[in-house]
Write a protein that binds this ligand. Structure first.
Ligand code: PLP
Length: 363
């Protein structure tokens, strides 16, 4: 192979190399069966063992309390934008929920939820183009709300909650698609956390849901059964043929994460990785970070160059140097380096070295 390529894509994102090597090595013959894991029944003993192993690892790594369940749901995060209101709005008679709007994904989530009940946006970062997190506190949520909703890490705008709001008696729902298991989770504050897999956990198309058992079993009568959390819970997420391959890959990613020292060790590595880039940006007059420092993300580092020509040249030369998929989202432009769990420290060091050199020759 030529020089290593580091993939900074926002999602689907890179997977750990050891995970992909394991997939390659056992693709045609899983566990001595002579057949592939892709082609065995979701009801087979072998697949059930993979599912159970994945549960055990998630429970252990996340320190998931006993009264929380793990569901593997179809349709990625977007499908949950519908499933969450359908399952949770009936928790209280007002069928009302309160959202904090911190980027496009929380906007999509509250727009989708409005089909099913009274959805209020208590705080929005739109006026500042979502460059910071607006305050969202218990006193902004009426007592009759069924749940409060936040997005943990805003993938496009590069902001991230350092600490989740304390919503007290109101269940807090967290879209953690771009940072689940990148750091410890405070389950005293979170009642439902979900993530589609393609950023930190595995391939696209499937989502993992960590949910307090009291939130299961309240779905609206017209909820499709494949969106009903109780159907997933009662069938161990196998009421129909689930995405077995995605669950298998997620299980391998969990093995890898455990080997890294779990979320505690990973949080430290992620902080070091992000600081390699933020320290450089903060010290530079050439690069400018786009998110407010207090709220900026350890997962998606977003910055700008002095003008569009330099941005285009940066992207071109970065690619020639094995730094792939750094183009910012069209809503913000500039550069976005997505540095999820699987991005090695060496990838951030290589990017930082390239940025220094680019500034030296073009600054
Ligand atoms: C990527 C992303 C999504 C979209 O996930 P899909 O699996 O494409 O539905 C939702 N929320 C956040 C925070 C994301 O980063």
């Amino acid at each position: 192979m030529s020089t290593p390529v580091y993939n900074f894509g926002a999602g689907p994102a890179m997977l750990p190399i050891p995970v992909m090597e394991k997939i390659r090595d056992e693709l045609l013959d899983y566990n001595g069966m002579g057949v592939s894991v892709i082609e065995i029944s979701h009801r087979s003993e072998e697949f059930e063992a993979i599912l159970a192993r994945c549960d055990t690892l998630v429970r252990e790594i996340a320190h998931l309390p006993d009264n929380y369940r793990i569901l593997y749901t179809h349709g990625g995060a977007r499908m949950l934008f519908s499933a969450i209101p359908m399952n949770l709005l009936p928790l209280k008679p007002a069928q009302m929920a309160v959202y904090s709007e911190t980027g496009n994904f929380s906007r999509q989530a509250n727009v989708e939820a409005r089909r099913y009940g009274d959805i209020r946006v208590a705080s929005s970062g739109e006026a500042n183009n979502y460059d910071r997190l607006p305050p969202f506190t218990r006193d902004m949520v009426p007592d009759e709300a069924s749940y409060a909703y936040i997005t943990s890490n805003n993938t496009i705008y590069g902001t991230q909650y350092k600490e989740y709001p304390d919503m007290g008696d109101i269940p807090l729902v967290v879209d953690a698609t771009s940072d689940m298991l990148s750091r410890p989770i405070d389950f005293t504050r979170v009642d439902l956390m979900f993530a589609s897999l393609q950023k930190n956990l595995g391939p696209s198309g499937l989502a993992a849901v960590l949910i307090h058992e009291d939130l299961i079993g309240h779905a609206m009568p017209n909820t499709p059964s494949l969106l009903d959390f109780k159907v997933y819970n009662d069938s161990h997420s196998l009421s129909n043929t689930n995405n077995t391959f995605a669950i298998y890959v997620m299980c391998l990613v969990m093995e890898w994460l455990k080997d890294q020292g779990g979320v505690e060790a990973m949080a430290k590595i992620n902080e070091d990785k992000a600081n390699l880039l933020y320290d450089l940006i903060d010290a530079s007059d050439f690069y400018s970070g786009s998110a407010h420092i207090a709220d900026r993300s350890l997962m998606n580092v977003i910055f700008n160059l002095p003008n569009e020509e330099l941005t285009a040249q940066f992207l071109k030369e970065a690619l020639e140097n094995g730094l792939y998929a750094l183009k910012g989202h069209r809503a913000v432009g500039g550069i976005r380096a997505s540095i999820y769990n699987a991005m090695p420290v060496a990838g951030c060091e290589t990017l930082a070295g390239f940025m220094r050199e680019f500034e030296r020759t073009n600054g």
